[in-house]
Design a protein. Structure first.
Length: 280
């Protein structure tokens, strides 16, 4: 059976799912998330997720509370509370790790929480969804996060590429990671979601810098750009990690199998690179 680590998945409570749907209704703009998540962003209790993991061969899942900021109404939204996520990660430490989140408009509180979660709980880094905040990833408000993650020696995972929610995509251009990697050479950076439609920007940055990784997530593998598949299978084989972004495990892994990857490259993508990056 395949062995895999899912580096990005969202913990969504029942209330969080309802709130997420209401959040997008109130935005009053087109949102294409339904094209990816049939029935909306899934609510999956931890015990049910563990059963799905065991069936699919997923050894470990990294969970985050998806913190977004409304571009229209200028207010935050989250799929669960920090306390709810901590309870799950602490209860099932062999199955789940956590990511802290970051609000660039609440810098001090965010950094304090990040340090607490990393030092006192099974949290392995931070996740950033930048788009609704309407600032670029290399904005000065983001630099305290990068400095703190470098100090704690944990990765920062950032969604790059376009965004399906009603938010501008330009602030997630993968090439923005270039300056961040130059300014923080000890910071481990994951450009998540393949960077689509600017995949080659993310390929270039992750190839250029030893500390930048390419997150193969959020897209069904059968739709991956050919340049991404070549990167996974050749010069990028040590720089790619696999994630679902809460898409069901089994179809994602089945489609990885159907890509025709070399066995060594496939194992690095699914397991070995993430195990090394996150020191599992």
């Amino acid at each position: 059976m395949v062995k895999a680590i899912d580096y990005i998945n969202y913990y969504v409570t029942r209330e969080g799912k309802e709130g997420f749907e209401k959040f997008h209704e109130q935005e009053g703009v087109v949102c294409k998330l339904s094209a990816v998540y049939s029935g909306g962003v899934p609510y999956t209790p931890p015990e049910a997720m563990i059963a799905q993991m065991d069936e699919a061969g997923v050894e470990k899942v990294f969970l985050t509370r998806l913190l977004m900021f409304s571009y229209i109404h200028k207010r935050p939204f989250e799929t669960c509370t920090t306390k709810e996520l901590v309870e799950v990660v602490d209860k099932y430490p062999n199955k789940f790790c956590g990511y802290a989140t970051y609000n660039p408009f609440r810098i001090g509180d965010s950094l304090k929480e990040l340090e607490m979660l990393v030092k006192e709980h099974n949290f392995k880094g931070a996740f950033v969804h930048i788009f609704g905040f309407d600032i670029p990833l290399d904005d000065k408000k983001m630099y305290p996060l990068y400095a703190k993650c470098a100090e704690l020696d944990v990765p920062v995972v950032m969604q790059v590429g376009y965004v399906l929610e009603g938010m501008p995509s330009e602030h997630g251009r993968p090439m923005l990671l270039d300056r961040i990697a130059l300014d923080f050479p000890r910071l481990k950076i994951v450009g998540s979601h393949t960077g689509y439609p600017w995949c080659e920007e993310l390929i270039a940055v992750s190839y250029k810098f030893d500390n930048v990784y390419f997150g193969v997530s959020a897209h069904f593998p059968k739709y991956l750009d050919p340049s991404v598949i070549r990167f996974i299978n050749t010069r990028g084989q040590n720089k790619v990690i696999f994630g679902t972004n809460s898409i069901p495990f089994k179809p994602m892994l089945q489609q990885i199998e159907e890509l025709g990857l070399r066995e060594e490259a496939k194992n690095k993508l699914l397991y070995e690179n993430a195990a090394r990056l996150f020191k599992l």
